[in-house]
Design a protein around this ligand. Structure first.
Ligand code: ADP
Ligand code: MG
Length: 376
């Protein structure tokens, strides 16, 4: 059922409008966002749609095609609304906490973004609701400030300690572009990313592997990075340049922490190198950077799992220019840069490797860069 149909069913009226926000794939730059570094996501064509209509002031009612029933809330604080509706209540709370007069609303949601696959259904949900409420209420909230408010909803209200990547991608991406984001200054540069014109494609491979220990491991990585920055006397690992890496590593005793630092510092440089190559029109040449990013996540940051490593290996064996896990890790998706006419054989190679290993079958598709959040 569409979001608009759900709205009519639940609320017995037509919505005032429909707003959407996409899921995202991060081309490169993993776990660099909360280290105030660089990321390079693009928006997926898969989106979350919010059909929204007015309600009395201070009243919000939400429903989703993913969940039974409706959830109704008023003026809340973090912890008051739990479960999936906390993402929506969190957005209302973050806007109000920032001083905005948020209009009451009835909200019906539907989504094509796979949940819990590292393609950021949570940010798509927050961003669609935020964009709708901003438009509906005529709130004066420039687009560059919106991701941080959606992130606050997830960090403070939902309680997930994620960085600014997901919400920035869902809100600020443009069609046919990858978003080069500086996670310290929130400055962006829109990088041309029309792979089809080059005879290339990004094959997304959803491992369909269940996430394990995601929240705890994510928090542990974050803590290691913050501890390393403290030892090194810098505000964030962003401040360690690649040519300062060797000296920085000498100051850290713990081998695990050293490897965490090495991932972040080299990953930031890989984002910069990828951007430079894309700007030069040398798209195929980013392949080795993608694969190096994967090795760094596997060996130094230790956030991959066997089905993910297997998908990367199978895609490379089938001739991909490069492949890496995308998203926070411990499951989720892999992306591979391939010639467009290699979609079938690459997909079949990954499927065969999964069948041999006895893993749940993967889901594969070519992802093109779509637009960020807006009104339908
Ligand atoms: P992801 O990698 O997809 O962002 P998260 O664990 O961060 O995974 O977020 C997934 C959660 O977001 C779901 O468990 C659910 O609570 C919420 N969610 C996402 N999309 C929807 C939706 N369309 N309707 C209701 N809840 C949703
Ligand atoms: Mg998420």
């Amino acid at each position: 059922m569409s979001a608009a149909d759900l709205f009519r069913t639940e609320f017995g009226a037509d919505p005032a409008g429909r707003w959407f926000a996409p899921g995202r794939v991060n081309l490169i730059g993993e776990h660099t966002d909360y280290n105030e570094g660089f990321v390079l996501p693009f928006a997926l064509p898969q989106r979350t749609v919010a059909a929204v209509g007015p309600a009395p002031a201070g009243e919000w009612t939400v429903c989703s095609t993913f969940e039974e029933g409706t959830v109704r809330f008023g003026d809340t604080e973090p912890g008051d609304v739990t479960g999936w509706a906390a993402y929506v209540a969190g957005v209302v709370w973050a806007l109000r906490d920032a001083g905005f007069d948020v209009p009451g609303a009835r909200i019906a949601l539907d989504s094509e973004v796979p949940v819990g696959s590292g393609l950021s259904s949570s940010a798509a949900l927050e961003s669609s609701v935020l964009t709708a409420l901003v438009d509906l209420g005529g709130l004066d909230l420039p687009v560059e400030r919106r991701p941080a408010l959606a992130q606050r909803a997830e960090n403070v209200y939902v309680g997930a300690p994620t960085g600014i990547l997901d919400q920035s991608a869902s809100i600020r991406c443009l069609e046919g572009r990858a978003l080069f984001l500086d996670c310290r200054t929130y400055e962006v540069e829109q990088i041309p990313f029309d792979l089809a014109a080059e005879g290339l494609g990004i094959l997304v491979i959803n491992s369909n592997a269940p996430h394990q220990h995601v929240d705890g491991e994510y928090g542990a990585r974050r803590k290691s990075c913050e501890e390393a920055a403290r030892i090194l006397g810098v505000p964030a690992l962003r401040d360690v340049p690649l040519d300062g890496l060797a000296a920085a590593l000498e100051k850290i005793d713990d081998d695990v922490t050293r490897r965490r630092v090495r991932h972040i510092v080299t990953e930031n440089q890989r984002v910069l190198d990828t951007v430079a190559l894309l700007q030069d029109g040398r798209v195929r040449d980013i392949g080795p950077l993608l694969t190096a990013s994967h090795a760094s996540m596997r060996d130094d940051f230790e956030i991959t799992v066997p089905p993910i490593d297997l998908a990367v290996g199978a895609a490379l064996s089938a001739g991909a220019y490069g492949a890496r896990m995308t998203g926070g890790g411990f499951g989720g998706c892999v992306l591979a840069l391939i010639d467009s006419d290699r979609e079938r054989p690459t997909t079949e190679a990954v499927e065969a490797a999964y069948a041999d290993a006895g893993f749940t079958a993967p889901t594969c598709w070519i992802a093109t860069a779509g637009p960020g959040a807006g009104r339908l």
